[in-house]
Every structure is written in structure tokens, then in C-alpha cells.
Design a protein around this ligand. Structure first.
Ligand code: ADP
Ligand code: TPW
Ligand code: MG
Length: 580
């Protein structure tokens, strides 16, 4: 604590006391728990906290908007299993970070939003303090846990509780409220050091009940058409070898959810990604591994799932309340995925594969048929490009560079890239997640580069990019190996809609025609490229990945190529009065 102490002479210089303060205690508490990076935006009352954290050897990454810093922290949590830290100022900065905190909680990503706040006495009497807001109360319903520290001596406990809350059980977002006064509070340095807590075993293993494991294996073995669905919880768990071993030992076809792609390669013989509708409709036993039966899986019922009553579900999840959330789960296995998969694998014994050969063959045939159907679309070398032609080029790049991280958002740009670009390694695909939220792009890209040191390819719809586009300055400032490809179709879903009144305002989904997003990157010293064909696109992206220079490629996409809301247009409510 040498940099964090202040010597104060008392009683006519006869005694000297070492002091510390709230600023230093917060930094030491985080460092003690292995936090080495903070994502945030400076300002009153946390400017000096950021400065001092940097001086103390932490990486402090300043963003242009708190939502992007929050998204960076959230995905850092997903990638590392340690809580990502986002640091913001009071009320408006806090609110800007809150969307990311809520999104992290929804996606089960561990993060801690630390916000400075105003004087409690003034806030609670609503006397109009600088950036006055009852932040703790507002954060509470949007995160897993929310804490406020009022005394410097409690900083260690506050940080420890925040870390445990974020990563134990089902991971999620935590809010930590630090009022301005706390930072300047002074206390004895030795007592301060003793008050800090190094969290032991922050995410304890949760071992499943052997009876639950046995029940699950019996259901799986009784299946005629079994299917394993891997979700992002399985990717988060970092039990990669165990999961792969289990899936291969059973021989059961597997379907990866978007961010679980690459846990086993999409080109694996058991991968049913290209036979999605067939396996969902026809499977008789479905084992969910870290995936929820939410809207992304049509709630486990309806047309997608074939005949009513035709399925039995096994679910592995750390959250007991998740079971039976949408349909009956006949074999719930509650525990952490690493422990559950280990127990299931041990229980399999030497019985060999449980997947009947005719089912495996059906799935494989469907998959090969669909892959063959798509192949010619990916080879089109036209200008302007359509989505498939452009994505065909990017698919080859990820195949050749499987350790690159793919960030992806948009509507058509998202849904089509998910299907076209095969992933080969775990936790390499980062996207809009459970909410389908736009705006994660540049925050995710920055954190992916910082946390992994790997090259990042961010494939962005032109609308999606706009939500966080200013952070390309951040990418240039920290000289990160990020290549952004903007799929520029002049708008949201399409660039061809017209104002039905014939008035001078353009249609609600249409942007400036032929915008040059590449010029934005040049403004900050990065590389900007305009690409009108898949060949040009491939050349530009390969050059960016080789050089590691911040790059933005404006990929010119046919404005008429997209469809409304990508693949989820069916979720749009329909007005009976709307004229077609
Ligand atoms: P996807 O969107 O990929 O289908 P979801 O976000 O819906 O995935 O589901 C992830 C699930 O994984 C959540 O229900 C969460 O509780 C669970 N989960 C997260 N981490 C673990 C873990 N380490 N062990 C077990 N379950 C986990
Ligand atoms: C925070 C609604 C879903 S997808 C999208 C919007 C605005 C943009 C689609 O256009 P884009 O992609 O990115 O150009 P493409 O290839 O189809 O043209 N606000 C938030 N989240 C969401 N999901 C929306 C709005 C939306
Ligand atoms: Mg678009």
C-alpha cells in the first residue's frame, strides 16, 4: 500500500500515522481480486479514481459513451468468467451504463457497474444536488444485486459482495454505488489494508444430485431421435473439452445457439446447425445445456417443435428456477455445467453411443442437402454485393483464421452471418444475445481485443453500427486489432422503402444513400476501405487482419437485398388497417 498512504503528523509531531482513503481502497480491493482492467467514462466524482487506477498499473479504457463501456465490461465477463468492471459518473452516466447492466443480467454475463453518486443527505431530501438521483433504487430491478458503500472501512466487503453476486450461481450484472464523499474519506492505512477481502472461490462448483444425473441418462438413452442444444451458458462455463467429449461419446446430433457456435466446430460431423428445423421438429428427446427455452427456441412449443407432446426435455442449468419455465422438464439437472457434464459422462460408462444410426443419417442427409443449396449463393461475385456474396468472403476468412473473434449485429447482417459463417473455436462469436439488442458492436469489439489479444472482425449492419460507431475513435486511440465491416444497404433492413405520403422526409427505415463509413475511420487515423465486390472485401479484411491496424471496410450491399427484420419478421404485430 506504499503509494496509497499518507503520513500525517499528530500531537506536535511525536506520532506519525499512515493514512489511506476511499480512492485507494477501491483500487486495492479490485486489484486484490485480480481485476486488471476498467472500462468507463471519466467525470465527477470518479475522474481521479480512473487516474489513480491507471497509476496503480491497471488498464483503464476510456470510452465515448457509457453504454459501450458497459457492453465492453459485460463481454469481458463472458470471455473471462471474471466480472467485467464498468465505471461511470452519477445520474446521466449511470443511466447510460444501465442498459448494458440490464443486458448483461439478461444474458447471464457477470459485470459490475460502479457509479459515483451524489450526496445521500441531499439526494434523499431531494434538494437538487449536482446530478442528483437515487441510483441504487433505480438499478435494483435491473440487475442481480445492488450495493452501496457509505464508509471507507466497508469498501473491501462491498467489492467482495459485488464480485460474488456477479459470478456465483447464474452470473449477471451487479450495481455498486459509491457516493462522492466515500472517495475522500480517510482511515488508518493498516486498518484499511486489513479491511480488504480476497474472495475465496467466488463461483463455487455446484455438483448435481446423482439421482438427477441418473434420470437424465435414462431419458437420453431411451431416445430414438435425441438432440443436444448447446447455449451460451455452455460456452461461458469453459468446460470445452468435457462438453466435446460428452457429445462425441453419445454420438447425438448437437445444435449450437448463436454464441455457442464453435464450442464444437460447425463443421463437426454431429453438428445439426444446417438442419435446424428438421432436428427441432423431429427430435423426441432434447437435452438443453446452458440454453433457455425462451423466444429464441420458440418457448419449446408450437409449430417449430412438431407434434404437441412429441418431446421430452432434459435441462442442465445452474439456475433451478429455470426448470419448467416454458414446458415441462422431465429430467432437470441443476448444477454448474462442468460438474454436470463430468457426472453425466461418468454415468454413460461404456454403453457406447446412444444415438440411433438411422436418426444420425437423417440429420446428416438434411444437413448436406442444405449446405449444398447454400454453396452457390456464397460464390456470387457481383457489385453491388448481396448478403450471401459478401458473407461468403468473410466465411473463408474465419475458416483461415479460426482464432479471430467475430462480433456481429444487425438484422439481415446478423441472421445471415450466423448461418453462413462457420465457427471453429469456443467463445469466438459475440452477438446481440437474448434481447437482440443493437449497440453491442464496438464495446464488444474493444473488450474482445483487450481481453484476448486476438484479432477482431466486427460484422455490422449500417444501422447497428450507428449505435456505437463513435467508439472507432477508441479503437484507434488504443490501436486495437479490430476490423469493422459495415454492411451498408442504406438503411434498416433495406434502403429502398419510400415515404407513403410522397413528402420530402425519407421513409422511416432509410438512411443517407451511399454513405462512406470508411471515411469515419480515416478521420481518426485508421484505415478506411470502400469495397464493392466480395473480392475487394476479402482483400481489405485480410490486409487488416495481417496488419492489425484499426480498419473500417464500407461494404456496399444491394439496398434491395434484405428482408424486414431479417429472419424474425414474423414477430412484427400486424395492423388490420394497414394498406398493403
Ligand atoms: P442461449 O441464448 O445461447 O440459448 P441463454 O442465455 O438463454 O443461452 O441460457 C444460458 C443459460 O446458461 C442460463 O439459463 C444460465 O443460468 C445458464 N448458465 C450460465 N452459466 C452456467 C454454468 N456455469 N453452469 C450451468 N448453467 C449456466
Ligand atoms: C437498442 C430494433 C433491430 S435490427 C435493427 C434495429 C434498429 C437494425 C437493422 O438494420 P441494419 O441491418 O443493422 O442495417 P440490415 O442488414 O438488416 O440492414 N434498438 C435497439 N435494439 C433493437 N433491436 C432495435 C432498436 C432493430
Ligand atoms: Mg442495413
Amino acid at each position: 500500500m506504499s503509494t496509497a498512504t499518507l503520513k500525517v503528523a499528530t500531537e506536535a509531531d511525536t506520532q506519525v500515522e499512515d493514512l489511506t482513503d476511499g480512492f485507494h481502497l477501491v483500487i486495492e480491493a479490485l486489484k486484490l481480486n485480480g481485476v486488471d482492467t476498467i472500462y468507463g467514462v471519466p467525470g465527477i466524482p470518479i475522474t481521479d479514481l480512473g487516474r489513480m487506477a491507471q497509476a496503480a498499473g491497471m488498464r483503464v479504457i476510456s470510452f465515448r459513451h457509457e453504454q459501450n463501456a458497459g457492453n465492453a465490461a459485460a463481454i469481458a465477463g463472458f470471455l473471462t468468467k471474471k466480472p467485467g468492471i464498468c465505471l461511470t459518473v452519477s445520474a446521466p452516466g449511470f443511466l447510460n451504463g444501465l442498459t448494458a447492466l440490464a443486458n448483461a443480467t439478461t444474458n447471464c454475463f457477470p459485470m459490475i457497474l460502479i457509479s459515483g453518486s451524489s450526496e445521500r443527505e441531499i439526494v434523499d431530501l431531494q434538494q437538487g444536488d449536482y446530478e442528483e438521483m437515487d441510483q441504487l433504487a433505480i438499478a435494483k430491478p435491473l440487475c442481480k444485486a445492488a450495493f452501496r458503500v457509505l464508509h471507507a472501512a466497508d469498501i473491501g466487503i462491498g467489492v467482495a459482495r459485488a464480485i460474488r453476486a456477479a459470478v456465483s450461481g447464474r452470473p449477471g450484472g451487479v450495481y455498486l454505488d459509491l457516493p462522492a464523499k466515500l472517495f475522500a474519506q480517510v482511515m488508518n492505512a493498516e486498518a484499511g489494508a486489513k479491511s480488504l477481502v480476497k474472495v475465496i472461490d467466488p463461483a463455487p462448483a455446484q455438483i448435481p444430485d446423482p439421482a438427477a444425473v441418473k434420470r437424465a441418462l435414462e431419458v437420453l438413452k431411451s431416445a430414438k431421435r435425441p438432440l443436444i442444444i448447446l447455449g451460451k451458458g455452455a460456452a461461458y462455463a469453459q468446460a470445452d473439452e468435457a462438453i466435446r467429449g460428452f457429445v462425441e461419446k453419445t454420438g447425438v446430433p448437437f445444435l449450437p445457439m448463436s454464441m455457442a457456435k464453435g464450442l464444437l466446430p460447425d463443421t463437426h460431423p454431429q453438428c445439426a446447425g444446417a438442419a435446424r428445423s428438421t432436428v427441432l421438429k423431429e427430435a423426441d428427446v432434447v437435452m438443453l445445456v446452458g440454453a433457455r427455452l425462451n423466444w429464441l427456441l420458440s418457448h419449446g412449443k408450437g409449430k417449430t417443435w412438431g407434434e404437441p407432446g412429441s418431446k421430452r426435455f432434459i435441462q442442465i442449468d445452474i439456475e433451478p428456477k429455470e426448470m419448467d419455465s416454458n414446458v415441462e422438464i422431465v429430467a432437470p439437472v441443476v448444477g454448474d455445467i462442468g460438474s454436470c457434464i463430468a457426472a453425466l459422462a461418468a454415468g454413460l460408462g461404456h454403453d457406447g453411443p446412444s444415438a440411433p444410426a438411422d436418426w444420425v443419417a437423417t440429420v446428416r442427409a438434411k444437413r448436406e442437402e442444405n449446405v449444398a443449396k447454400m454453396a452457390p449463393k456464397l460464390m456470387k461475385n457481383t457489385a453491388p454485393m448481396d448478403f450471401h456474396g459478401a458473407l461468403g468472403a468473410l466465411r473463408t476468412i474465419i475458416k483461415e483464421r479460426p482464432d479471430a473473434i467475430l462480433v456481429n449485429e444487425g438484422a439481415n447482417t446478423l441472421d445471415l452471418a450466423r448461418g453462413v459463417i462457420d465457427m471453429y473455436q469456443p467463445r469466438k462469436r459475440l452477438d446481440v444475445g437474448t434481447w437482440g439488442v443493437m449497440g453491442i458492436g464496438m464495446g464488444f469489439a474493444v473488450a474482445a481485443a483487450i481481453e484476448t489479444g486476438k484479432p477482431v472482425l466486427a460484422v455490422e449492419g449500417d444501422s447497428a453500427f450507428g449505435f456505437s460507431g463513435m467508439e472507432i475513435e477508441t479503437i484507434c486511440r488504443y490501436n486495437l486489432p479490430v476490423c469493422v465491416v459495415v454492411f451498408n444497404n442504406n438503411g434498416i433492413y433495406r434502403g429502398t422503402d419510400v415515404n407513403p405520403t410522397g413528402g420530402s422526409d425519407v421513409a422511416t427505415t432509410v438512411f443517407v444513400k451511399d454513405a462512406r463509413y470508411d471515411k469515419m475511420m480515416e478521420a481518426f487515423g485508421g484505415v478506411g476501405v470502400q469495397a464493392t465486390t466480395p473480392d475487394e472485401l476479402a482483400r481489405a479484411v485480410n490486409a487488416a487482419m495481417d496488419s492489425g491496424k484499426p480498419t473500417l471496410v464500407n461494404a456496399v450491399i444491394d439496398p434491395a437485398a434484405g428482408s424486414e427484420s431479417g429472419r424474425i419478421g414474423n414477430l412484427n404485430p400486424q395492423s388490420v388497417l394497414r394498406k398493403k
